[in-house]
Design a protein around this ligand. Structure first.
Ligand SMILES: [Mn+2]
Length: 249
């Protein structure tokens, strides 16, 4: 007779017996994923018929310890276990609207503030994305999307050019959303742009509520990134550059 834990494991469920979340320390958390668990026997096929593009980055400093795993050809499954609750919510936006499978596990010196943890997660996410994209052959490269959330509206335009740049005009009225310092939103995108080699423009077109403004931005970012990462069938595996290179040299 299998225990429930053994049953879940043999059924390809991800079993997490330990959680750092308050008040549920003794509970069992079950996530149901549409992507089969990789057993190591060859590449995971994706809905595109090509192997899934995967990135995995571990980053450890005296300030933080971060692990990011991304599958660009996923179904939007997110496991975000970081001490920054609002960021977990935003990582969930990236996964679900980008149709990426994203796992982010992090610990950091949040007794100081969330700065190092948010920054290092963004750096690791950018590195993992770049790793998953490889030589960037056959992708659309450019992506843009405008996402509303009630009164808020943000336009995001990005280019997976290999050239890091951020222009961001967000005007977030509140200094904090819950305990999250809103100054870190721009810093997150700057850090991501730097390690992923992305040219990223973020334009807030409308918005009054700080939570709405930030969430609309992450949704637009996710959709724009999804488009840029997806294969352009007419491109037939070629690099979308007259220069022939999209990676940082
Ligand atoms: Mn910093």
């Amino acid at each position: 007779m299998l225990t429930s834990r053994e049953f879940l494991k043999t059924s390809n469920f991800l079993f997490r017996s330990h959680t750092s979340r308050p008040r549920v320390a003794r509970c069992c958390s079950v996530k149901v994923a549409a992507t089969p668990v990789h057993t190591g026997a060859g590449p995971i096929p994706s809905s595109t018929g090509r192997p899934c593009r995967l990135g995995n980055v571990k980053r450890k400093t005296k300030e933080t310890e971060v692990e990011v795993t991304i599958n660009l050809d996923g179904t939007g499954v997110c496991v975000a276990e970081t001490p920054v609750g609002f960021l977990n919510h935003m990582l969930d936006q990236i996964a679900s609207h980008g149709l990426f499978d994203l796992t982010v596990k992090a610990n950091g010196d949040t007794w100081i503030d969330d700065h190092h943890t948010v920054e290092d997660i963004a750096l690791a996410l950018g590195t993992a994305l770049s790793q998953a994209l490889g030589d960037r052959k056959g992708i659309h490269r450019f992506g843009e999307f405008s996402a509303p959330l009630d009164e808020a509206l943000t336009h995001v335009v990005l280019d997976l050019s290999g050239r890091p740049h951020l222009s961001c005009n967000l005007t977030i009225p509140a200094q904090r959303i819950g305990s999250f310092d809103t100054e870190l939103v721009e810093h997150f995108f700057m850090s991501f742009a730097n390690t992923s080699g992305t040219t990223l423009h973020i334009r807030q077109l409308a918005g009054k509520n700080s939570h709405h403004i930030v969430e609309a931005t992450f949704k637009a970012f996710a959709r724009a990134l999804r488009r840029a990462c997806e294969y352009d069938e007419r491109r037939a595996g070629q690099i979308a550059s007259s220069k022939g290179v999209l990676t940082q040299q």
